[in-house]
Design a protein around this ligand. Sequence first.
Ligand code: ATR
Length: 270
Amino acid sequence: IDRYAVIGNPVAHSKSPEIHAWFALQTRQNLQYERLLAPLDGFAAIVRNFISQGGRGANVTVPFKLEAHALANVLTERARAAGAVNTLKFEADVIEGDNTDGIGLVTDIVKNAGVPIAGKKVLLLGAGGAARGVVVPLLLEKPAELVIANRTQSRAIELVRQFSNTEGNFHASDFAALASPFDIVINATSASLSADMPDIPGAVFGRNTLAYDMMYGKQATVFMQFAAQCGAVTRDGLGMLVEQAAESFLFWRGVRPDTAAVLAQLRQSL
Ligand code: ATR
């Protein structure tokens, strides 16, 4: 039986085993998917051990996405652009690294939420790994404008510099300078983890703004509550989680599962 795993620290909370078990059932693929807790200084050793025991692929979560990028000896284009890897595929001596987070976000916004990104004004909050991973997939959708705003503005400026595009519609900003509504506001900061709200003006939210938090939970995040009070439509990151998993499954197995039923089931189980 083909073995897969999610590797992280912590990893007990990960919903990936459930999601991939549903995908396997649905597509009639015979595989096993487990959780692997790696010591903070032992990621590569865990991966090599898993490969030697017949592992075919792995998802990689916090805090190992940069190490997974370094460990891979082949990278997909989007993994190179993200500078981080959330999916590894093992074949003979090859460790191939991919990053499905960005495409997962875009698919959830465009297909599941039905909100086109093309031609829209998009605000991305945060400049850490989560934000960096979604910049190129967002730009590929051809938004009218993509603004990155971060509490520490210098990090936003640095991120924009790394990805500066030919259209010139990609800018950095600090929070205080944000003064007018965007069509889509994406929270890629880790603020929701500690029930914090990025200190942004309510003016970024208009009546038809989609306020998207990459985090999810049983309750709406503080970001979503604030955005809703400002009149925005809100969505959490559960759909992104399922869509990135579907892209990983496709990368490993060559079939893309149907995500709608799995997302509904997962929502119920929160
Ligand atoms: P990740 O990989 O999850 O992106 P990270 O690289 O540590 O984690 O980045 C965390 C991001 O969340 C940063 O953009 C951080 O802003 P700073 O660069 O100013 O530190 C942002 N962040 C975390 N807590 C925040 C808060 N309470 N308000 C606003 N931004 C916050």
